[in-house]
Design a binder for this molecule. Structure first.
Ligand code: SF4
Ligand code: SF4
Length: 171
């Protein structure tokens, strides 16, 4: 998982270009008449002098994630289930570590996907880097829970040492 996540290995990230002062090119989906549509380049094909953030909808400013304890007991799984009773909350597992992920946009992300408080942005934003950001992230995790029922099913499988896959439907 790449991302602006409050964890020991991600706190040292830095948004370099997203908020670079002087970047004037507005990001918009509208293509001016007579101009070719811009396609999102890969990291490898990014034109010299341009920034990944120029092609990004501000992915790193649209959520936050916090590490949580790995659930081991029925009560602890129930707490994870409680997280997922809330709108826009999900839980993912990456490299064995569990995280609460809340899909919510920063209040200061502007319509043009730039930071509205560049000079006063928090340290976690200052320290974030495009080098390992989620520009090309496919959002694939070891485990990803969106529904309370998924946690219940997983809990029963883990605590009962059963298969974590749902049975095939009959018929
Ligand atoms: S995800 Fe990466 S490219 Fe996109 S806005 Fe954040 S730092 Fe820039
Ligand atoms: S403060 Fe700025 S850089 Fe940080 S999350 Fe909000 S919009 Fe993004």
């Amino acid at each position: 998982m790449s991302g602006k996540t409050l964890s020991k290995n991600i706190l040292s990230k830095n948004i370099l270009s997203k908020n670079t002062p002087g970047k004037k090119t507005p990001l918009t989906n509208a293509v001016p008449a007579g101009k070719p549509a811009r396609t999102k380049p890969s990291r490898a094909t990014l034109p010299e002098g341009e920034y990944l953030c120029m092609y990004c909808p501000g992915k790193c400013c649209r959520y936050f994630a916090l590490p949580i304890d790995t659930p081991e007991t029925r009560r602890e799984f129930d707490s994870v289930r409680w997280f997922l009773l809330h709108e826009r909350a999900t839980v993912f597992v990456d490299d064995g570590a569990w995280y609460l992920l809340v899909h919510t946009k920063c209040k200061h992300l502007r319509e043009d996907n730039r930071c509205g408080i560049y000079e006063n942005r928090p340290a976690i934003c200052r320290e974030y880097t495009t080098a390992k950001c989620e520009y090309e992230d496919l959002w694939v995790y070891d485990q990803y829970f969106e529904l309370p029922e998924q946690v219940e099913e997983y809990r029963e499988a883990v605590l009962n040492n059963a298969c974590v896959r749902s049975p095939f439907p009959e018929g």
